[in-house]
Design a protein around this ligand. Structure first.
Ligand SMILES: [Ca+2]
Length: 411
C-alpha cells in the first residue's frame, strides 16, 4: 500500500477539525448549513454590525431563567465568540446604527422585572457601554433609519406608546442629549418594525394583557425627510408578526389575530405608498424574518405547535403578490420565538423554543451565492475548510471502480 502523503494527511486532519454541519441545498442558489449558539434559549434579539452577527439575551428556562449571553458570529472568519450583556434579560429589541449594535429593554425578573437597560457595542472601538431608555419595558420593537435608532412601544405592566430615539449624528449614546422621545399613535407591544427607504415602520401589536383579544392593525410610520409621523392600517390586526425589507418594500408577515395564527403578508411599497398582500405557506406567529440580497426569509413560528416552515420571497422573480415569486424550504428544527439577522450573504435564524421548556441552540444559516467559484464544492460562495472536508471525505474514491460506494451519486 502506498504511503500516505503529507497532503492526504493534512486533509484528514481538516476533516476532523471541520465544524460546520452541511445540510441539504434549499434552492439552486441557497446553501443551508447549521451551527449552534453557546447557550440554548428563546426570546433573544439579533442584529448585525460590521460583518458580525450578534445574538443577545433570551430565556433559558426555570431555575436559571434569563440569559446575559451574546453569541457573535464573524462572517469574515466563520468563527464564533461570546460575551455578556450588562443585565441578563429576554424579550429585548436590537438594531444597528452608525457601527453600533444596540440592545434595549427586556424582562429580567419574575413579577415586574421590566428593563430600561440599553447595551451598546461599538464596532469602531470594540467596546461596550450602557445607557437607559426613558421607560423600562419588554416586547418593544426597534429599527434604524439613517442616523436614528428608534425603539417603540412595549409592555411594562400595561401597553406603552413610548418611543425612544437615539440620533448617532448628535454624539455617543451615553450622552443623554443624543436621545429624544415621542409616542406611537396607539400604546401596544409585540409589534414589528422595519425600515424601507426613508421610512421607519412600526406595525401591529397587542393592546391588552394576557388573555384578551386585542391585536392591533395600526401602522405608525416615521418619515425621515419630513420628520413627521403618520398612521395607516394593516389589512388584518395581528400581534407577534415578523417584518423585513427587500428593496423598496416592507413586509409584515404572519402573527396572531383574533381568529388565531395568520398567514397574511402585508407589503408596503415606500416608492408608491401602496399596500399589497401575499400569503405565507402556513399561518403562524412568533416567526422570524430577515433579508439577504433580493430574498426575504420568513422562518419558523407557532401554529398550534412549533413549525419548521420557511417562506422565501425572491424580488428578482417579480412582485410579491405573484405566488410564483415565493418558494418554501425548512429549518433543521421546528421552533418558535427564534431570532433572525443577515450578515454578508447569510440569513441566520437562531435559538427558539421547540416544546414545553425545550429551548434551542440551533442556528440555521441560508447562504445566498449567485457566483461560480472553482473549488467551492458546497456552493456557499467561498472556498474554505468545508469544501476541503468534502474533498477529503471522498479522497481516492473512484466511482468507475466502486460505483456501489454511497458517495457515488448517479448524475
Ligand atoms: Ca464553499
Amino acid at each position: 500500500m502506498k504511503k500516505q502523503s503529507n497532503f492526504e494527511f493534512v486533509m484528514m486532519i481538516l476533516v476532523v477539525v471541520s465544524f460546520c454541519a452541511l445540510d441539504s441545498v434549499a434552492a439552486s442558489d441557497l446553501v443551508h448549513t447549521t451551527d449552534t449558539l453557546s447557550q440554548a434559549r428563546h426570546g433573544l434579539a439579533a442584529t448585525t454590525v460590521n460583518h458580525k452577527a450578534f445574538f443577545a439575551g433570551g430565556y433559558i428556562g426555570p431555575g436559571s431563567n434569563y440569559s446575559n449571553v451574546v453569541d457573535i458570529y464573524d462572517a469574515d472568519t466563520g468563527m464564533w465568540s461570546n460575551t455578556t450583556l450588562s443585565q441578563a434579560r429576554e424579550r429585548l429589541a436590537a438594531t444597528t446604527v452608525a457601527n453600533k449594535a444596540i440592545f434595549a429593554g427586556g424582562y429580567y425578573a419574575f413579577s415586574g422585572g421590566y428593563s430600561s437597560v440599553v447595551d451598546i457595542y461599538d464596532a469602531d472601538t470594540g467596546m461596550w457601554s450602557t445607557t437607559t431608555l426613558s421607560q423600562a419595558r419588554e416586547y418593544l420593537a426597534a429599527t434604524t433609519v439613517a442616523s436614528k435608532a428608534i425603539f417603540a412601544g412595549g409592555w411594562n405592566g400595561s401597553p406603552t406608546n413610548a418611543i425612544d430615539i437615539y440620533d448617532a449624528n448628535l454624539g455617543e449614546p451615553n450622552d443623554p442629549s443624543t436621545w429624544t422621545t415621542t409616542t406611537l399613535s396607539q400604546a401596544r407591544h409585540d409589534l414589528a418594525a422595519t425600515t424601507a427607504g426613508n421610512k421607519a415602520i412600526f406595525a401591529g401589536g397587542r393592546t391588552c394583557g394576557a388573555g384578551g383579544s386585542c391585536a392591533s392593525n395600526v401602522v405608525d410610520i416615521y418619515d425621515l425627510e419630513t420628520g413627521l409621523w403618520s398612521t395607516t392600517t394593516l389589512s388584518q390586526p395581528r400581534e407577534g408578526l415578523a417584518s423585513t425589507t427587500v428593496g423598496n418594500k416592507a413586509f409584515f408577515a404572519g402573527g396572531n389575530n383574533i381568529g388565531g395564527p395568520n398567514n397574511v403578508v402585508d407589503i408596503y411599497d415606500v416608492n408608491t405608498g401602496e399596500w399589497s398582500t401575499a400569503f405565507l405557506s402556513q399561518a403562524r406567529l412568533i416567526l422570524a424574518a430577515t433579508t439577504v440580497g433580493n430574498k426575504a426569509f420568513f422562518a419558523g413560528g407557532w401554529n398550534g405547535s412549533p413549525t419548521n416552515a420557511v417562506d422565501v420571497y425572491d424580488a428578482n422573480l417579480g412582485e410579491p403578490n405573484d405566488p410564483n415569486t415565493w418558494s418554501t424550504t425548512t429549518l433543521s428544527q421546528a421552533r418558535a420565538s427564534l431570532c433572525a439577522t443577515a450578515v454578508a450573504n447569510k440569513a441566520m435564524f437562531a435559538g427558539g423554543i421547540y416544546g414545553s421548556e425545550m429551548y434551542s441552540n440551533v442556528v440555521d444559516i441560508f447562504t445566498l451565492c449567485e457566483y461560480e467559484l472553482a473549488g467551492d464544492l458546497n456552493k456557499d460562495c467561498k472556498v474554505d475548510f468545508n469544501d476541503f472536508a468534502t474533498m477529503a471525505n471522498n479522497w481516492l474514491i473512484d466511482c468507475g471502480v466502486t460505483p456501489y460506494n454511497p458517495a457515488c451519486i448517479p448524475k
